[in-house]
Design a binder for this molecule. Structure first.
Ligand code: URA
Length: 279
């Protein structure tokens, strides 16, 4: 049984309503960082797992055994629950952990992972949040150890999954600096596509950043394959000496110094959710 549960009597205002919130209410707004479940609700078994009660499979078993109630009534397997519903397991009210959305300006020489078995510095070391908020946090995709810039971290598995899924073709803009100048016909090659081990890759957009200097380009991709930018440049014989993700799904590091993080604003969370059709 969860340690996070609380006796039902401790709840001061019980809201027995069930069903999705009405138009405009309960949407991620000023309290978006504390919303525990999305406006469209979540499956009860997932709610229980996110409250730390048990796995989703075990949750279904508990529901089938009649040990779970929603707003005082016996729950059913597959039931959807919403932000204001009250869920009891074995007589104790449970609550899922709130969602957390973090934007980090990743510095050099930091590994994008939750834990590194070689004890190198990870992006998690830079995000100074209380342990309970940090518990289920993970990076959305990865940046190489020496890549700088925009990195999202969250505990919202559904949003993260969709942001990384090729179907949603989320745009990423990179600033790429090479040792040797990139010639105009090589920019065309990037636009047309270059052959990589795992198939052809092409830039959606590419341009010099500071003409007439040809060492630095902006390169837009909607894919997110491993080391994709470095490999595209290597395919043309170029060594990348600096790589920065300057934009991810429209988010930038503007106003955020290297190595620093901030929480996403409610309007930014809403925009991300719309982008991947989660509303
Ligand atoms: N492409 C790369 O080569 N590296 C990154 O970190 C991100 C995109």
């Amino acid at each position: 049984m969860t340690q996070r549960g609380r006796p039902r009597s401790s709840r001061t205002s019980r809201r027995p309503r069930t069903g999705p919130p009405g138009r405009g209410e309960g949407l991620p707004g000023s309290d978006a960082q504390t919303l525990a479940i999305p406006p469209e609700g979540i499956r009860l078994n997932r709610y229980m797992a996110r409250a730390g009660v048990c796995s989703r499979r075990k949750a279904d078993a508990l529901i089938a055994e009649g040990r779970v109630k929603v707003n005082g009534r016996p729950a059913t397997v597959g039931q959807t629950v919403y932000e204001h519903d009250e869920v009891e397991v074995g007589g104790r009210v449970i609550s899922p952990r709130p969602y957390v959305y973090i934007l980090l300006n990743k510095p050099d020489d930091v590994i994008t992972t939750v834990q590194d078995e070689r004890s190198r510095r990870t992006v998690m070391d830079l995000v100074t949040l209380p342990d309970d908020e940090k518990a289920a946090l993970f990076p959305v995709g990865r940046l190489d150890r020496h890549t700088l810039g925009v990195l999202l971290l969250t505990n919202d598995g559904e949003l993260a999954h969709r942001l990384m899924h090729p179907r949603y073709a989320v745009e990423k803009l990179y600033r790429v600096r090479t040792r040797e100048p990139i010639r105009p016909h090589e920019l065309d090659a990037l636009r047309r596509g270059v052959d990589l081990d795992d198939g052809p890759a092409r830039a959606d957009r590419v341009a010099y950043l500071h003409p007439p200097d040809h060492h630095e380009i902006g390169l837009m991709l909607h894919e997110g394959r491993n080391r994709q930018v470095r490999r595209m440049l290597e395919a043309l014989g170029h060594e990348v000496v600096e790589l920065e993700r300057v934009q991810y799904a429209g988010l930038t590091t503007e106003g955020l110094r290297r190595g620093k993080w901030r929480r996403l604003e409610p309007h930014e969370i809403r925009r991300l959710r719309r982008l991947v059709k989660l509303t």
